[in-house]
Ligand binder design. Structure first.
Ligand SMILES: [Zn+2]
Length: 405
């Protein structure tokens, strides 16, 4: 199933045809496109082999695309470990096309851009381009240190900030700190987010700190750029896709993305991010089908031969009062899980009974109770002051796997 009808997509398919020609120039990728010389219909697209993360980097290393106008920006793309992988984009980051369909900000807004800047991260600049098109006031904040929240929150209140944007993990810290400090942001009405799945716990803190604020989400990656957007009337996991983004639901509900934007530098043709999803009507009432993201197909890991649904464990733990975020850490020796730990980042001042939670998780989770039947002490739940972040990407993944000697 495709996000666009044949009538809407086919006039734009020359872009996909050109991408295919570029990919066929990449020696490592060319053989797989044998017998796929042309794309004229959606069926032709569906018949193409999908691209995975490493394939795009292989292609970019060979093609070295350059923007038609302005600078060519290099950003970190995908992969939480190892050397940076690259995504390319021209100045503007294709946000004019997004702004044509989605205007969460307007001229009267005072917008705090809290996505981290630098380190080849894309979101800060992408949203700056949207703010530019929206002609609002911008406070380009980036990331802040632990001790700086109170001071900045007071500044936001004084400046009558109306909008803030960041990854849900970052937003969660802002609202949790504000709530713990008893601070209010009465003028805040818009919370923009991108980069991770929405975290419902943010909404609980928002209700106290900024009762008028509503969430506005984007879905995308540094490979595809923005694929779709939503409004406060849409479920947080559903996005209305843009007309120059062709989304396909393939086997096992895996989503793949094809760009129909002639300016796109990344050769995105049936590119799979690992996200699964469906195309279905949106409760907001907007006609057509929205893309509902069902999470990543790669969030199941093997623990002693059994599949552990990391996202489910995290969601369960994050529903506990006082827990602001959780992370699963698997320590392996020779490829076998020695211990599984659930790390808890707790809200300021909250006390969480880790031992009770540990017993409940063991009792409720078949994989854990079975895998640790003989050594339950090797499954642990532990409050921490910091979760484990990847220093290079700045991302805090739900799952960390450590190899021990
Ligand atoms: Zn909707």
């Amino acid at each position: 199933m495709f996000s666009l009808t044949p009538e809407a997509a086919e006039p734009r398919l020359p872009v996909a045809r050109r991408t295919l020609e570029r990919l066929r120039q990449v020696p490592e990728l060319a053989p797989r496109y044998d017998g796929h010389a042309d794309v004229r219909t959606l069926d032709d697209i569906a018949a193409l082999p999908p691209l995975l993360k490493d394939d795009l980097n292989t292609a970019l290393a060979h093609l070295r695309p350059r923007a038609e106008h302005g600078a060519t920006w290099l950003f970190q793309s995908g992969g939480s470990t190892g050397a940076p992988k690259l995504g390319h984009a021209p100045t503007g980051f294709y946000m004019a096309g997004v702004h044509a369909h989605w205007q969460p900000l307007d001229r009267d807004d005072v917008f705090v851009n809290a996505w981290g800047a630098g380190r080849m991260w894309g979101a800060h600049f992408l949203v700056a381009a949207l703010a530019d098109l929206s002609q609002c006031q911008v406070i380009a904040l980036g990331s802040v240190g632990k001790d700086e929240y109170a001071e900045w929150l007071a500044f936001f209140a004084a400046r009558e900030v109306t909008a803030i944007g960041g990854t849900p993990s970052v937003l969660r810290l802002w609202f949790a700190h504000a709530r713990a400090a008893g601070l209010q942001l009465p003028h805040l009405r818009k919370v923009l987010w991108l980069g991770e799945a929405w975290q419902p716990q943010v909404e609980e803190d928002m209700a106290v700190v900024a009762p008028a604020a509503r969430r506005w989400g984007m879905f995308g990656s540094t490979e595809t750029w923005v694929v779709g957007t939503n409004t406060p009337d849409c479920p947080a996991d559903s996005f209305h896709t843009l007309p120059d983004q062709l989304v396909h639901v393939g086997e096992d509900q895996l989503l793949d993305f094809t760009t129909l934007n002639a300016e796109m530098l990344n050769p995105v043709l049936r590119y799979r991010t690992g996200d699964a999803g469906r195309l279905e009507p949106c409760p907001c009432g907007r006609p057509g089908r929205a893309m509902r993201v069902l999470g990543r197909r790669d969030s199941v890991v093997q623990v002693r031969g059994l599949g552990l649904h990391v996202d489910e464990v995290i969601a369960r733990v994050e529903r506990e009062p006082g827990v602001s975020r959780a992370q699963v850490v698997i320590s392996e020796t020779g490829g076998r899980a020695g211990t599984v730990e659930v790390l808890l980042l707790t809200q300021p001042g909250a006390a969480v009974d880790a031992e009770r939670l540990r017993k409940e998780l063991l009792a409720e989770t078949f994989t854990l109770s079975t895998a640790f039947l003989h050594d339950p002490e090797n499954f642990r739940v532990r409050p921490v002051t910091d979760l484990i972040s990847n220093e290079r990407t700045g991302k805090t993944a739900g799952l960390v796997v450590r190899e021990e000697e």
